[in-house]
Design a protein around this ligand. Structure first.
Ligand code: GLN
Length: 195
């Protein structure tokens, strides 16, 4: 599976490594023309306002909406989750507006800017090591969104069909199972469209 990592800003190299460890081919994506060769794409962590601006500048907004409309999987981690959301807490405009959820940025406050913990994630057998860095939280999801993981009763991972989102950074540990889960989503999607 060819898995792109949107390489405008943020944690790109780490995602590429994790994709490769999970058995996919990791491809840094800087131009919209590259989307045609992909079976799925990851929007990494970083700074969502910056990623959003660069996405608009390099015409990724419509191109990624198109990609999603074809049923091709998108995985947003941390800032990437913010970029995927339909609704942002506060007055901020959404970026891609693809996933039916409301997201609050920097939701852990200054005291807990970054931390690690073990999380139960639906679809993954034993707890997953998760790194949170100035992480967002999913405050509310639509009925078409499945909650995959919570931390202290707050939603930190969710899936809506071919869209996957995590508040934390799965690429910063040696645990590649969430990337493997996404590679499987890409396989399922490509088998579906091949039929
Ligand atoms: N705090 C960042 C934002 O709001 C996200 C942080 C991250 O991706 N690690 O965009």
């Amino acid at each position: 599976m060819n898995i792109g990592v949107l390489a405008l800003q943020g944690a790109v190299a780490e995602h590429i490594r994790s994709v490769e460890q999970a058995g996919g081919k990791g491809i840094p994506v800087k131009r919209t023309e590259q989307l045609a060769e992909l079976d799925g794409i990851i929007i990494p962590g970083g700074e969502s306002t910056t990623i959003g601006k660069l996405m608009r500048k390099y015409d990724f907004v419509d191109a990624l909406r198109d990609f999603s409309a074809q049923g091709k999987p998108i995985f947003g981690t941390c800032a990437g989750l913010i970029v995927l959301a339909d609704r942002l807490d506060g007055a901020e405009e959404p970026h891609l507006g693809l996933m039916n959820m409301t997201v609050a940025r920097n939701a852990f406050g200054r005291q807990r800017e970054s931390f690690e913990t073990d999380l139960d994630v639906k679809g993954i057998e034993s707890p997953l090591r998760a790194v949170f860095i100035r992480a967002p939280l999913i405050k509310e999801v639509g009925s078409d969104v499945e909650v995959l993981s919570t931390y202290k009763d707050e939603i930190v991972a969710a899936r809506q069909g071919h869209l996957l989102a995590s508040s934390f950074h799965p690429e910063l540990t040696d645990d590649y199972r969430l990337h493997a889960y996404f590679v499987d989503m890409a396989k399922e999607a490509s088998e579906r469209t091949a039929k």
